[in-house]
Design a protein around this ligand. Structure first.
Ligand code: ADP
Ligand code: ZN
Length: 740
């Protein structure tokens, strides 16, 4: 028997091995095998059997690691697709799809017993009771046993310990129920439960308004036909998108299918997961970066074994081993964080459409500010638009005032200051948004005019007053601050630009009695700190929340009636064709935090250029106007959705080698393009906007094509023919999101 194996190395092809007789029953697709590879022994992933192979000197596999397959045939097909689309080795894709805990490779291992699947960790077992095959019986059961049975049926499955907690000793009754076939008992492994501390309050579905209802009906129609449909749930902030997700998931579960929910990592807060738990109780698995390897692995196993009907996670959850998926939800589909920026550079939002297609599922992309490309896809009917144009319960959108800051040196304008004072005095809450952490954006030498910048990265250092350091936000390089000018030794350094730390100190001066919180990556590094800050906003023990983009998204604080935006155009200067789109999205999201409760909201947007269309449309709640203008711009310059992009990144520690390699690659690309007559624009090589990053020099070649097919042809041919110098790294990014 010959099998195909993917090996987690940067090799494009898969490998063939023979299977010795003793392993023939175990060497099945989806399991890991130990194989000889050169002089090493490696863990590979069995893909399937092959009928013929050109080589006749195949090696034998040494062992099979798992007693149960890690993946189904469907999942393997999805991973093959992913590997092929992103031009990434399949073995690497499979390795990335596994939780860290499982990759702890066991080299010795007896053949495939369960200790291996559990990563060598001891697992406790416990008895669970489930409803049995018998529904009704004429036999005598006893009232108490019936009560217990009702609970077993209600929960679907319940650990014996929970039953004891509820009913005291009840083994005679349980024994009787099992005898009669009304209940069955299973010995199961116990999993660490990441929810164990949370108290769950049950809630019930809300009465939907007419827009929510028609969105749900459309999704429901797709669910009952089990036919792939991709929806764009376009609902303004506070329009009740989450309620639509929850009810759509209920329908999917009632249909006997499972649900996969992807959210940006930052939104994966107890507030959101709590809403799912309140609605559905148990049976939810959560995958986020805060889990330990052990917890993550437990969640993975629970999903694999069908013990979770709903999986909620950040981008990597798109690879969750969930079977029989009826619905996939991508919340905040416009978020850049669905794209992985190194290694396997996949986009979970895009892959959701692929996996949904393979599973005949409904895919719901939800956002108040969809991607420009999604709007275009909906216009072309490639996505089915579901509109929620109003806030729930007829709550008005907040009124927004733009404050022109030209000529002003203030961080907080007089208008915003007055409104803040008023809000706090009235016992209401405010959010002040500034997308820059630290105290000053940077320090400038007063005598030679040099700005303090990072020696490893081409960016300025940010001055953090509390830590008394100037810090690089990319590599964490830090020097004591204010300090002296490294260029001329002068001691007088001027602070330029404001960050959240400075904003906090100014607000404290302005409102000494207000309870002010700051939320940015400096204040949220500790475990649970994120949640603590947010819960102080929800329980009303804080008046003002200051923060970076971390506070812009998803949070629902009904007490917030005022929002202030400082330096609204901060993102517009980025050398990125998506700068306007991102600014519009971020501003609309921040503005949308105001007035979500009973009192209407008010927003002040401070900017130097208040007339820029991104700022103007966000402030005027004119999304349609923005998208139209942005699509015109994209068409004019030929960027997505009017073209397809790939970036070839070339980086290394030796500047010469990097630029030589970049030149050579561009030349090769040009030759291939001409030979194959491909309609692909080759832009560059050019230094990346952040030319040095953590000491590495970075160049980019941007490829812009009319069709995906031509783009792929070019990149594949280039990869086959190019050789990277040993000091240089080259990486292909298909559909790049981060162009910095
Ligand atoms: P979005 O996700 O669109 O910003 P949410 O789903 O968070 O909006 O809904 C905003 C608030 O309105 C939440 O507190 C939610 O419980 C509530 N809500 C949602 N749908 C309804 C409804 N049909 N009737 C009343 N309240 C609703
Ligand atoms: Zn740096």
């Amino acid at each position: 028997m010959i099998i195909e194996i993917a090996i987690p190395l940067y090799l494009d092809n898969t490998f063939h091995y023979t299977v010795p007789e003793r392993l023939s029953l175990q060497a099945l697709p989806g399991r890991r095998a130990i194989v000889p590879f050169g002089r090493r022994k490696l863990t590979g992933y069995i893909l399937g059997t092959v009928t013929e192979c050109a080589f006749d000197k195949l090696k034998e596999i040494i062992d099979v690691l798992d007693s149960e397959p890690l993946w189904t045939a469907n999942e393997l097909e999805f991973f093959r697709w992913t590997a092929s689309y992103y031009l990434h080795p399949l073995g690497e894709v499979l390795r990335a799809a596994l939780p860290a805990g499982i990759n702890v490779q066991s080299r010795k291992g007896s053949t495939g017993d369960d200790a291996e699947l559990s990563g060598g960790k001891p697992v406790r077992t416990e008895k669970f009771y489930l409803p049995g095959p018998v529904v009704e019986t004429s036999q005598r059961t006893g009232a108490r046993a019936l009560e217990i049975l009702a609970i077993i049926r209600e929960t679907g499955e319940i650990p014996a310990s929970d039953l004891r907690k509820r009913f005291g000793t009840c083994s005679p009754q349980l024994k009787r129920l099992a005898e009669l076939g009304l209940a069955v008992v299973q010995e199961r492994e116990v999993y660490r439960d990441p929810f164990k501390h949370a108290a769950i309050k049950r809630d019930v579905p809300r009465q939907l308004n007419k827009h929510q209802q028609s969105a749900l009906d459309a999704i429901q129609a797709c669910l009952s036909q089990r036919q792939y449909t991709a929806f764009l749930l376009y609902g303004v902030t506070g329009s009740g998108k989450t309620e639509v997700y929850l009810q759509a998931i209920s329908r999917a579960i009632e249909n006997g299918t499972n649900a996969l929910v992807l959210v940006p990592e930052i939104a994966l807060t107890p507030q959101l997961t709590g809403r799912f738990q309140s609605r559905f109780g148990g049976g939810i698995a959560i995958l986020h970066s805060g889990l330990s390897d052990g917890e993550r692995y437990d969640e993975w196993r629970r999903i694999r074994r069908g013990l979770a009907r709903i999986v909620i996670g950040a981008r990597s959850a798109i690879f969750a081993p969930l079977e029989n998926i009826g619905i996939i939800i991508i919340d905040e589909e416009h978020e850049a964080s669905f794209k992985q920026s190194d290694g396997l550079r996949y986009n979970a939002r895009d892959l959701a459409l692929v996996r949904g297609g393979m599973e005949q599922a409904a895919v719901v992309l939800g956002s108040a500010t969809p991607l420009v490309t999604s709007i275009h896809a909906a216009q072309q009917k490639r996505l089915t638009m579901l509109d929620l144009p109003e806030r729930v319960e007829n709550r008005p959108m907040p009124t927004v005032e733009r404050v022109a800051m030209k000529g002003s040196k203030e961080t907080i304008s007089a208008q915003l200051a007055a409104a803040l004072t008023h809000t706090v005095e009235n016992g209401q809450q405010a959010i002040v948004f500034l997308n820059r952490r630290g105290f000053a954006t940077f320090l400038v030498c007063a005598s030679c005019g040099k700005t303090l910048s990072c020696p490893n990265c081409s960016v300025t250092l940010t001055y953090h007053r509390q830590r008394a350091q100037s810090i690089c936000h990319y590599c964490d390089y830090a020097v004591p601050a204010p300090g002296t000018c490294p260029e001329c030794g002068a001691t007088e350094l001027t602070e330029l630009g404001a960050g959240t730390e400075k904003l906090e100190s100014e607000l404290k001066e302005l409102l000494p009695r207000a309870r002010i919180l700051r939320m940015d990556s400096d204040t949220t590094s500790g475990k649970g700190s994120h949640e603590r800050l947010l819960s102080r906003m929800s329980d009303g023990t804080a008046d003002i929340l200051i923060g970076t983009q971390m506070i812009a998204k998803g949070h629902d604080f009904p007490g917030v009636t005022l929002v202030g935006v400082i330096n609204a155009e901060a993102g517009l200067g980025m050398p990125d064709f998506r700068a306007a789109e991102r600014t519009f999205q971020l501003l609309s999201q921040v503005i949308g935090r105001a007035g979500r409760g009973d009192s209407p909201g008010k927003v002040f947007v401070q900017a130097y250029d208040t007339e820029h269309y991104a700022i103007f449309s966000a402030a005027g709640h004119d999304a349609a106007g923005f998208y139209q203008q942005e699509l015109e711009f994209r068409q004019e310059v030929g960027y997505p959705p009017f073209s397809f992009l790939a970036v070839i990144g070339i980086s290394g520690n030796l500047e010469q080698a990097v630029s030589a390699q970049a030149e050579q690659s561009a030349k090769l690309l040009m030759q291939i393009k001409q030979r194959l007559k491909l309609r692909v624009e080759i832009l560059g090589p050019a230094p990346a906007p952040i030319y040095r990053l953590r000491g590495r020099f970075r160049c980019q070649i941007l490829l812009k094509a009319v069709t995906r097919k031509e783009l792929r042809q070019l990149v594949i041919a280039w990869r086959q023919q190019s050789r990277a110098a040993s000091t240089v790294r080259m990486a292909v990014d298909i559909d790049p999101v981060d162009l910095m």
